[in-house]
Design a protein around this ligand. Structure first.
Ligand code: GDP
Length: 478
């Protein structure tokens, strides 16, 4: 709203004295620190043919505490969002497929199943949303980013195998998030199935079945044969009624990114889960540190849709960059504000990352390690899909050469862009492109900033290269 004379001069790229002279001409006697009102600013700016754009004060809390309070009378029942967790090989994927295949039926003919990270089914007239990235990696990533999307967890335990380490992890995750658990005892078709043992073992982890006087729902299923699926879905409906899940569909949409990636043809593609409000094509939107306008929306059956309400997953295009799973999104009334909030958030993130990172000179990596100057090698990873980025990050972080380790200061999906290079430059990091290349701006900047960019297609090669550099055995690049 107001600006000091000195600040205005800086913004206009003029000498302060010149501005003061102009102000005098307008009958305003001013000093360098004097606050100017909007009218005076506009007069001066107009004199230089500069248009004044009012800086919108961004209320970050509006975005971060995005659980906007709605009036109780506006709240309507919404579908539950269900995550399936459990030990590896206990049948999570099979169960997700079985549910989808049995329930997406005749009425949906013509639709082609799309894996967008979540899907919806209808059971007895009631819609249920499933996140179809099984396992608790997705669940944890989202929670770490402050996103709570799951209403109900299905804990899959194989009846022939019982409680295993990841079963316990899954229980702990769900408990920490205070998400109700329904136990699906799977593989009941198997000879060695022993559901009583599963019940017994889970008792030790605080999950006592109703049959034994507790309050945890157990359902016996065979994902492969499709047995017990209806019972399981009934139980989901029951729990969701108890939970009284509600949202206000008549407001601008807010929610969370389920997954996102760079598509060769369509650009940035993100699956969003609408948590409140209704998302429409054309909406100006901020998604994590990206922004844009919703260009097109495609649902889990590959159909184009114009608007979607609470608990619905939808794939959107139209963002300026690729957001990350767990990022929150918010629709704004106008595009200009969305852009400003998006840019401000993007800048804040860059600043934060710059501050976090420590100095490292790559040319002299081995010598610096020898001299004990560095204990960490900063690395930025960009890749084509989130999965390989995570896998690569995991592998690199395990490298340990004489106590020196790799620190991933930034990672993401998409082409290497200028921002990655600037971040690398500011923090002396190497940039690794995994199945992606630098865009034109990034190439120029990397040359100018002398940032080391390495492109790879095989994880093993990346690891070998970094290890060699750390050991001082890297062949010089000519
Ligand atoms: P996930 O790692 O938990 O996703 O497990 P999967 O769904 O990939 O299943 C692991 C293995 O168990 C696969 O070979 C499945 O065919 C098998 N499986 C899954 N559900 C059942 C079931 O109900 N009965 C039997 N017999 N095998 C199953």
């Amino acid at each position: 709203e107001s600006l000091q004379v000195g600040e205005l001069a800086k913004k206009l790229n003029k000498e302060t004295s010149e501005i003061i002279k102009k102000l005098m001409g307008l009958g305003i006697m001013a000093t360098i620190n004097q606050e100017l009102d909007k009218e005076a600013i506009e007069l001066i700016a107009a004199d230089y043919d500069v248009e004044v754009e009012e800086e919108i004060i961004i209320d970050e809390t509006e975005f971060e505490n995005y659980e906007v309070v709605d009036d109780e009378k506006d709240m309507q029942v919404r579908p539950p969002v269900v995550t399936i967790m459990g030990h590896v090989d206990h049948g999570k994927t099979t169960l997700l497929d079985a549910i989808r295949n049995t329930k997406v039926t005749a009425g949906e003919a013509g639709g082609i199943t799309q894996h967008i990270g979540a899907y919806q089914i209808t059971n007895n007239g009631k819609v249920i949303t499933f996140l179809d990235t099984p396992g608790h990696a997705a669940f944890t990533t989202m929670r770490a980013r402050g996103a709570q999307v799951t209403d109900i967890t299905i804990l899959v335990v194989a009846a022939d195998d019982g409680v295993m380490p990841q079963t316990v992890e899954a229980i702990n995750h769900a408990k920490a998030a205070e998400v109700p658990i329904i136990v699906a005892v799977n593989k009941m078709d198997k000879e060695a199935a022993n559901p009583d043992r599963v019940m017994q073992e889970l008792t030790e982890h605080g999950l006592v079945s109703e049959a034994w006087g507790g309050d945890t729902i157990f359902v016996n299923v065979s994902a492969i044969k499709g047995d017990g699926i209806d019972d399981l879905l009934e139980m989901i409906n029951l729990v969701s009624e108890v939970e009284e899940l509600k949202a206000n569909p008549n407001r601008t949409a807010i929610g969370t990114v389920i997954e996102a990636q760079l598509d060769k043809g369509r650009g940035s593609v993100a699956t969003l889960l609408v948590q409140s409000g209704t998302l429409k094509v054309g909406d100006p939107i901020v998604v994590g540190h990206t922004f844009g306008r919703v260009r097109a929306m495609v649902n889990d059956l590959g159909r184009r849709v114009k608007s979607v309400g609470p608990s619905t997953p939808v794939e959107i295009t139209g963002l300026n960059d690729v957001p990350q799973a767990g990022d929150q999104f918010m629709v704004f009334a106008d595009e200009k504000k969305a852009r400003q909030v998006g840019e401000s958030r993007s800048k804040k993130q860059q600043d934060a990352q710059r501050k976090e990172s420590s100095k490292l000179n790559l040319d002299d990596l081995f010598n610096q390690i020898k001299e004990g100057d560095i204990k960490e090698i900063n690395v930025i990873i960009k890749g084509d899909v989130q999965g390989s980025v995570e896998a690569l990050a995991g592998s690199l972080q395990k490298i340990d050469v004489a106590g020196v380790k790799v620190k991933i200061i930034h990672s993401g999906v998409g082409a290497i862009n200028e921002y990655d290079i600037m971040l690398a430059s500011a923090s002396n990091a190497i940039v690794i492109g995994f199945n992606v290349r630098p865009d034109n701006g990034a190439k120029r900047t990397a040359d100018a900033e002398k940032v080391d960019v390495r492109l790879h297609r095989i994880i093993y090669n990346v690891i070998e290269e970094i290890e060699s550099a750390m050991k001082g055995m890297l062949d010089p690049e000519y």
